[in-house]
Design a protein around this ligand. Structure first.
Ligand SMILES: [Fe+2]
Length: 243
């Protein structure tokens, strides 16, 4: 599949523009600097839907990643296969103007605006492809896939990072929602805990409301360097389940 760029109509570009400017009004304050740098690096702009061919030319030069077009949600196995090949699965459809607030399924705004900028960061980019490689080794084991999905959830989708004196957002699930972006940093309701692989493996996630807990990394390097720990704690978990 390819992105049929000429098929987007004026309303599509307008929806992108509304969503983009709504987020960019707050992200300089709330999001990780690496994410903001990534917006520039991959060339996302506010006035039109990004052209994947142009983004890929920039992104692949930085970290070897590419956007890979898929029709929508895909199964775990092809999902992790693409990630491990440094291909980020993205749909090409965008919500309509009447659906600006809520979506059942991630659209291109989530996939591209939320996920792609951070793929220009080498530590994060390497972490994600290697995490997917670990998932593929255990793809037939439902429990392994479940706990690795928790790790994906609490980092790639809903991760926070310490930067300077404060907390910033890097998770795509947060970065594609202005409400959760502000809530994740400013609200007293959620718990914010240091990144802890074992604890994340024990923490199921909720899908259709704001998170009740977030895990905070110190750096993207920390994520990358936790891969051996992920492997060894996963092996222990699987052993204890098998007994
Ligand atoms: Fe996502």
């Amino acid at each position: 599949m390819i992105q049929e760029y000429d098929k987007y109509v004026a309303e599509d570009h307008e929806v992108w523009s509304i969503l983009y400017s709504r987020m960019m009004e707050i992200l300089p304050r709330y999001s990780s600097q690496a994410y903001l740098d990534g917006i520039q690096d991959v060339g996302l702009e506010g006035d039109r839907i990004p052209n994947f061919v142009e983004c890929n030319a920039k992104l692949s030069k930085k970290t070897g990643w590419n956007i890979y077009v898929v029709p929508g949600l895909i199964d775990n196995k092809p999902f992790f296969e693409h990630l491990s090949n440094r291909e980020f699965p993205s749909s090409t459809w965008l919500r309509k103007k009447s659906q600006l607030e809520y979506l059942e399924e991630p659209d291109m705004f989530h996939d591209i605006f939320g996920h792609v900028p951070l793929l220009a960061n080498l530590h994060f980019a390497n972490f994600l492809s290697e995490l997917a490689g670990i998932a593929l080794l255990h793809i037939e084991n439902e429990w392994a896939v479940e706990i690795l999905s928790r790790l994906y959830w609490y980092t790639v989708e809903f991760g926070l990072i310490k930067e300077g004196n404060g907390l910033k957002v890097y998770g795509a699930g947060i970065l594609s929602s202005s409400g959760e972006t502000q809530y994740s940093i400013d609200s007293d309701i959620p718990q914010r805990m240091p990144y802890d692989v074992k604890k994340i493996f024990q923490t199921p996630y909720i899908k259709d409301k704001f998170q009740e807990q977030y895990f905070v990394i110190d750096s993207y390097e920390q994520l990358y360097k936790s891969l051996p720990e992920i492997k060894s704690i996963l092996a222990q978990e699987l052993k204890s389940v098998a007994i």
